[in-house]
Each structure stands twice: as structure tokens, then as C-alpha cells.
Design a binder for this molecule. Sequence first.
Ligand code: PGA
Length: 247
Amino acid sequence: MPTKIAAGNWKMNGTQAEMPQAHLIAEAAAAWAGVTLLCPPATLLARMSVETSGPALKLGGQACHRAPRGAHTGDISAPMLAGAGATYCLAGHSERRTDHGETDADVAAQIEAIWAAGMTAILCIGETLDQREAGRTLDVLRDQLDGSLPPRATAGNTVVAYEPIWAIGTGKVASPAQVAEVHDVLRADLTDRIDGGAEISLLYGGSVKAGNAAELFALSNVDGALVGGASLTAEDFVPIVEALAES
Ligand code: PGA
């Protein structure tokens, strides 16, 4: 069975002064052992690892550079994130692709770096609204997998998150039928593409909330969610974690 993961991506939210809120989310979510992964900003990672992490709560980075060290002002490397307590790291989030011009080749190199640092990569893929309306969704996703998923991927080192770009932070969640169609195709594709592909965790991301989580988790190839806005308070996030644990 693929591992169930409710991942909270805090993006660029969370200062040291907001640590009490971070603790609250971490502690509440950790009640569901093993299911919760939090990806705080890198500046909070080490503190959260020391103060709130335990076997029940996993921590992840949001992005990393492809190199382990060097002259890359403002960047952060995979070994730095791992050393600060991360065991997962996102790669290829659409906000990174847009804000920083990251390409599929960059993402593939970052995933190699994440693996080299001993972490699990969460590869994010997704189509724009124009691509969906042009009927190109499945081709776009296949191209992203071709370009950004290195051949050494296994269910042990990789998670794939389907995040339609038009659903991220917009309040427009993809319908269960849209999610099911894509996840079934991704499962078949990953099973063909890599050893153990049937076991890779497939997450859905894009405006997941307490009110829509249970119907998404009921779909056969949805193993969890990557949650942005609704992971910023315990009140919003905990019901999502609970819905996954009970699915
Ligand atoms: P959202 O973000 O839940 O706020 O739509 C999801 C994501 O970007 O991972």
C-alpha cells in the first residue's frame, strides 16, 4: 500500500514570532501518527525539528538547489535541509517554476540532490488552465514526468503530487472526477515507468480544505494531499489529516 501523507506546505509564511502557532499545528497534527508532514519555511525547520518533531511528525523542505554547497547566494542545499531535520523535500512546485524559472531539467537535478542527501523527493506536476481547456492535461503531465523524474525513482525515495495550477490558492478545487482521471493515469504510467510504481504515494494538491478532503481521499489512487493555505492553522489542517487517517 502507498504511504498516506497529509503534507502542509507553509510556503513563505511563518516567522520566529509565530512559533507558538507552528507548535500548535505540529502538535495537533502529530496525533495521527506517521501521516503528517509539515514543510515550514527553512528558517523554522531546525527549531521545529528540535522542539516539535518526533516519530509522529515528519518535516520537509520546500525547495533546494541542485548543488550540495557553493557560491549560490540566497539558496539552500539539500544537505542543509536534511541537517536541519527534513526527511522530505518538495521539487518542481509550480510557484518555483513560475517565480524562479525552474525547468524540468532543474527539477530532475534537484531530485537527485534530495536523494543524495538521504531524503524523499515530492515531485509536483500540474497543468495550467489553458492546457486543460485545450485537452492537453495528460500530455503535459507525461512530459513533466519524462523531463523531471529521474530513472532511479522508487516508491521509497519519491512521492508525486498532482497540483493543477489553476486550483492552487484559487479556491477552485478540481472535481473528484477530474482528480480520479488524472490519478488513475498517473498510477498506470508510474507502474510502467519504474519498479514499485504501484506503491508510490500520489498526492492531490490545490485548494484542499476540510470540506472537500474526505471525498478526494475516497478516490482509489489518491494517497493524500499537499495543502497550502489550509495548513496554516490547526483548525483548518487537523480535520484534513483526520480525514486522511480515517480514509
Ligand atoms: P493551496 O496550495 O492548498 O493553498 O491551494 C497548494 C499547494 O500549492 O501546494
